[in-house]
Design a protein around this ligand. Structure first.
Ligand code: SF4
Ligand code: SF4
Ligand code: FES
Length: 462
């Protein structure tokens, strides 16, 4: 990526083309408050907490483009005072409890760094809240109307569930439908929770106030979500051996600081009283708890008896897409080496064997041949027989984002799947006529001379 040099407080720093002054200042290692800004969102420039001097003028760093050779001053007494005043004005409208417990959130961090204490928060409060939703609670008194949640919901998640309601000092976030949150279009992705700098929107319980940018460094484990095949990187925050929160990783290559309701919030099953934590053995038709040694010995006896009676191929194993690659590897190894059979299968055969065969015939590989990053390079997207908004929501959101940026969208699906609502063209072939549809497309490409002959000659066979 091309870039240029800029001077921040007398130090030269290289930044990529298109950077804002805020990016440049951060690249120089200088911390600025930026209460209405989030790297995942378009800048709003509304809070004025990121003021710096550049080119002789006082400007908001988040909305001012950096340019080659520019000189930025962040540390002069007057700009420091202006930033502090801006934060103090915002805090003064909040009730004292906004800063009372010091909290892990962004606003508390900013106030600590500027030496603004809880006494600065002098608002009356009393605006109430909305706790109709199980995962997303709103405390209107803590809202500073920065609009980050609204932009998160529309720009990153593509759901448009939120709006800013009211005027002036009474402005506050609200579900766009006007009713309770639970009746809004919210799909509980947790994006607004993760960007809110004050905890006005938060996950109830011990995760309150924790975000992907502000959470304790200790007790954090990076993992990959196991709910679907997208592969979102998540940070599991634990305290005293229990899961406090699951947060989307900002540096996750696929999810880039986003997640969906499953990865983000659906971990309560771990402690569900309905969860099986011990093996069960069926005795006289009744399932009863058993010890692990007893259960494993029972399974081994059963497998041995089956092999003795019918040979290794009398036994089969079905493994799970919910298990890790390593666990699935072990299952096939066990079947092939210990039992001596190739009878091992996986639940994904049910839905994926036709697509795997088709992909292998066409591309030589039974998997995707491109990266999710290619979505952002496409000016037209063709989605066939898939419902990513529901099945793989983080990718669905990326597709939607690209459409909102202007890419054309063609959806081929008999059903009105979520993306179909935003499609330029929604083709609804009768079930079973997909092949005819693609032959038709191929026919048009060939007869109307729309193919890239050189590409086909060099890169394609057959
Ligand atoms: S709820 Fe949070 S993110 Fe949304 S406008 Fe209020 S302070 Fe900003
Ligand atoms: S949780 Fe997600 S979908 Fe729901 S309001 Fe927040 S950003 Fe929008
Ligand atoms: S972060 Fe720049 S104006 Fe709010």
């Amino acid at each position: 990526m091309n870039g240029f040099m800029i001077e921040v407080d007398g130090t030269g720093v290289a930044v990529p083309d298109g950077s804002s002054l805020l990016t440049a200042v951060r690249a120089a290692g200088v911390e600025l408050p930026s209460l209405c800004s989030d790297d995942r969102l378009s800048p709003a420039g509304s809070c004025r907490t990121c003021l710096v001097r550049a080119g002789g003028r006082i400007v908001a760093a988040c909305v001012t483009p950096a340019s080659s050779g520019m000189r930025v001053d962040t540390g002069s007494d007057d700009v420091v005072r202006l930033r502090r005043d801006a934060v103090e004005v915002i805090v003064s409208a909040l009730p004292p409890r906004a800063l009372a417990d010091g909290g892990p959130g962004e606003l508390a961090h900013v106030c600590r760094s500027l030496g603004i204490g809880p006494e600065a928060a002098q608002g009356a409060g009393g605006r109430g809240g909305d706790d109709s939703h199980p995962y997303v609670h709103l405390d209107r008194d803590l809202c500073i109307a920065c609009g980050r949640c609204v932009r998160m919901c529309s720009e990153v998640q593509g759901t448009f569930a939120l709006t800013l309601a009211g005027r002036g000092g009474d402005t506050v976030v609200a579900p766009g439908t006007g009713g309770p949150w639970i009746e809004s279009d919210c799909v509980a992705c947790g994006g607004c929770v993760d960007t809110c700098p004050t905890g006005a929107i938060s996950q109830p319980g011990p995760a309150r106030g924790l975000t992907s940018a502000f959470h304790p460094a200790e007790g954090r484990t990076r993992t990959t979500c196991g709910y679907c095949g997208v592969g979102c990187a998540l940070d599991v925050v634990t305290r005293d051996g229990d899961v406090t929160a699951v947060l989307p990783a900002r540096d996750g290559p696929v999810n880039r600081g986003h997640a969906c309701v499953k990865g983000r919030f659906s971990h309560g099953f771990r402690t569900s009283p309905e969860r099986l934590t011990r093996p069960l053995l069926r005795r006289d038709g009744v399932l009863e708890p058993a010890g692990w040694d007893e259960a494993l010995a029972h399974v081994a006896r059963g497998l041995r008896a089956a092999v003795d009676a019918g040979g290794p191929d009398a036994v089969a194993a079905i493994s799970s897409a919910r298990a890790t690659n390593e666990e699935n590897y072990l299952v096939q190894k066990f079947m092939r080496v210990v039992i001596g059979t190739n009878n091992v299968d996986n639940c994904s055969r049910l839905c994926h064997s036709p697509s795997a065969a088709g992909l292998t015939a066409s591309f030589g590989l039974s998997g995707g041949t491109d990266t999710f990053d290619d979505v952002e390079r496409a000016d037209c997207l063709l989605v066939v027989g898939a419902n990513p908004v529901e099945a793989h929501p983080v990718v669905g959101a990326r597709l939607l984002r690209q459409v909102l940026r202007g890419a054309r969208l063609v959806v081929a699906d008999p059903r009105a799947v979520g993306l179909a609502l935003h499609a330029d063209v929604h083709l609804r072939p009768r079930p079973g006529t997909n092949v005819a549809l693609f032959h038709g497309l191929a026919h048009v490409l060939l007869t109307e001379g729309l193919t890239d002959e050189e590409f086909l000659r060099e890169r394609a066979t057959g």
